[in-house]
Design a protein around this ligand. Structure first.
Ligand code: ZN
Ligand code: ZN
Length: 601
């Protein structure tokens, strides 16, 4: 029996006039989604000139009988949509069937299809069926769309944007491959293979096919759940980032979703591990009871509403955060040779594929870098270069000293300083280069953040109150947000025109450059950025940390270096400064030997 039904004139017109065939990408999308709906395990997309000249999609799916094959191009045919409401209430991947007539009306289409019995070939030009005959195809569908928009004025417009069209198509097919690791996807443009996945169900292999081996080596598997959500997937080491947010792929119940809150949450969980305008490579699968989500489908993209987003958010931040906490994240400088670097490129030599397969298979057994560390314990608060001596009042109980120390980097021994900026250090594993400002900044940042979070009411009374006068425009904003300064435990009063008098400050504020530090905090308050109190606290911590840390060109002593390195090692994240820049890089012994040709390999 025929699977395709007729839909209303109204819907047909809406689609014909709408965005369904606006771009070659949408044609590819339609054809690929039809192939997925047809339960294909293999989908090949061949393009000529980004699809403007020709798009050919071949699959091994269930195919169509003759009646459906002809009906598919009738303007009113659809397999599942009958009313406009259906359009916004779609159950499976997307539109199906209803876009084919629109595509056929602006191109030359050849369809070969077989449901396993008799094969059918249909030829359509500009929407008119010209020929229906037998085809020798045994199973599946092969649809060729030529000269897209040949009979419309849009054609010229797209000829100018071939690269953008191709980039969109590649991105779309990549995402489908990530969504369906069990389907083999092949994408070819002008005889050049752009993607070739093996369809054997390994998400990591799909990631490899898309991003290459160097990235794949730096991907970490994650999973976790709570009562509402189950999440799984892969995240990249923080050193692997891109400037395009497209490298973050989120799927909800198997469907690609574009949702800003989700992207924000993922970035939040990488917080201070990566610089602000950079994006980690992430493939995140979210599984949820359908009643918790509300999917809204626009013709070109899908968005989603979660009824319990905070629950999902804390799960993602917890799972990614814990994973990052468990890793050693020092970028290693590698001695590159020509052979090594060629591994970056996707080429189809059999050797290369074998290397990847072996690598991925071996990776399943490797757990060294996934060693779990004990949960972060108390950090000492008595560190601040230049302020080292004045803290003997804080006495630590003996018990705490006996606990295993939280250390994410082995002990390093300073050797010297380069340009008064970079500490050179060593240990049995190799050589390290540490940015003294970034390292100090990380230490101070965690110290301030922790001190502010303890709600310890200890304050330091100022013998001479500090008077701070502000421009009147700033003063107005300050008055609106005064509570922020109160929450930080400052005592102050208004004093004359546009002036405040600080009488006491929290104990953690530096006792040198105090006025400068207070001015910085007030600057943040009047900066007109809107933030919640956590973001504010954090901003204060970052600003003070930067301000109070040793600068470049400061020739510190070997003892200070030693103290700095030892304290850095014990921070929660010793690998990046609060701005997400690296604090430390390393040459392993092996790399050094390789560079000096002591190790021939
Ligand atoms: Zn800084
Ligand atoms: Zn920094």
């Amino acid at each position: 029996m025929s699977k395709i039904e007729l839909m209303s004139e109204d819907l047909a017109n809406k689609i014909a006039a709408g965005e369904v065939v606006e771009k070659t990408m949408n044609v590819v999308k339609e054809l690929v989604e039809n192939a997925i709906d047809a339960k294909s395990t293999f989908i090949k997309i061949e393009l000529v000139d980004s699809g403007v000249k020709e798009i050919c999609v071949t699959d091994d799916g269930i195919g169509m009988d003759r009646e459906d094959a002809v009906m598919a191009f009738s303007r009113h045919a659809t397999s599942k949509l009958k009313t406009l409401e259906d359009l916004f209430n779609i159950e499976s991947l997307g539109f199906r069937g209803e876009a084919l007539p629109s595509i056929a009306s602006v191109s030359k289409v050849n369809l070969k299809t077989s449901d396993g019995s008799i094969g059918t070939e249909v030829v359509i030009n500009g929407g008119k069926i010209e020929e229906v005959s037998n085809s020798d195809l045994k199973q599946g569908t092969k649809i060729t769309v030529k000269d897209l928009f040949y009979n419309t004025p849009v054609r010229l417009k797209y000829l100018k944007n071939l690269y953008i069209e191709l980039a969109n198509i590649v991105d779309y097919v990549n995402k489908m491959a990530l969504s369906f690791p069990n389907i083999k996807f092949v994408l070819i443009n002008n005889d050049k293979e752009l993607l070739n996945t093996d369809g054997k169900g390994s998400l990591l292999k799909v990631i490899n096919a898309i991003y290459g081996l160097d990235v794949t080596k730096k991907m970490i598997e994650i999973k976790g759940d709570n009562k509402d959500y189950y999440i799984s997937g892969y995240i990249s080491y923080p050193e692997v980032t891109r400037t395009n947010r497209n490298v973050i792929t989120t799927l909800v119940n198997g469907r690609i979703i574009h949702n800003n809150d989700l992207v924000r949450t993922i970035l939040d969980s990488y917080h201070t591990y990566i610089p602000e305008s950079k994006y980690p490579i992430v493939v995140l699968n979210i599984e949820a009871d359908p009643y918790l989500i509300d999917i809204n489908i626009h013709p070109t993209k899908m968005d989603i509403k979660f009824s319990n987003f905070d629950n999902l958010k804390s799960l993602i931040i917890d799972v990614i955060g814990k994973k990052l906490e468990s890793l050693t994240l020092i970028p290693t400088l590698e001695a590159k040779d020509k052979e090594g670097s060629s591994l970056n490129n996707n080429n189809d030599s059999i050797n290369f594929k074998n290397i990847i397969d072996n690598y991925i298979d071996s990776k399943k057994n490797v757990t060294t870098y996934e060693k779990e560390y004990d949960k972060v314990e108390e950090m000492t608060l008595d560190f601040e270069i230049g302020e080292k001596s004045s803290n003997d009042e804080i006495e630590e109980p003996k018990e705490e000293e006996e606990e295993v120390e939280h250390e994410r980097i082995k002990k390093m021994y300073p050797v010297g300083l380069v340009h008064g900026t970079y500490i050179i250090a060593e240990n049995e594993d190799g050589m390290y280069v540490i940015d003294q400002h970034a390292a100090n900044e990380r230490i101070n940042y965690e110290k301030y953040l922790k001190a502010m979070g303890t709600h310890d009411n200890k304050v330091i009374d100022l013998l001479i109150p500090i008077k701070i006068e502000l421009p009147n425009s700033d003063y107005i904003i300050f008055k609106e947000n005064m509570h922020l300064l109160e929450e930080l435990n400052f005592t102050f009063e208004e004093f004359g025109i546009n002036t405040i008098l600080i009488r006491s400050h929290p104990y953690w504020l530096p006792t040198f450059n105090t006025e400068e530090a207070i001015r910085r905090i007030i600057e943040i308050i009047v900066s007109k950025e809107s933030f919640d109190s956590y973001k504010f606290t954090e901003k204060v911590a970052i600003t003070l940390a930067c301000k109070m840390s040793i600068k470049a060109n400061d020739h510190i002593s070997l003892e200070t270096m030693e103290y700095l390195l030892d304290t850095l090692r014990k921070t929660e994240n010793p690998f990046t400064c609060p701005h997400g820049r690296p604090t430390i890089i390393t040459y392993s012994n092996y790399e050094l030997e390789k560079l000096f040709k002591r190790a021939m390999n």
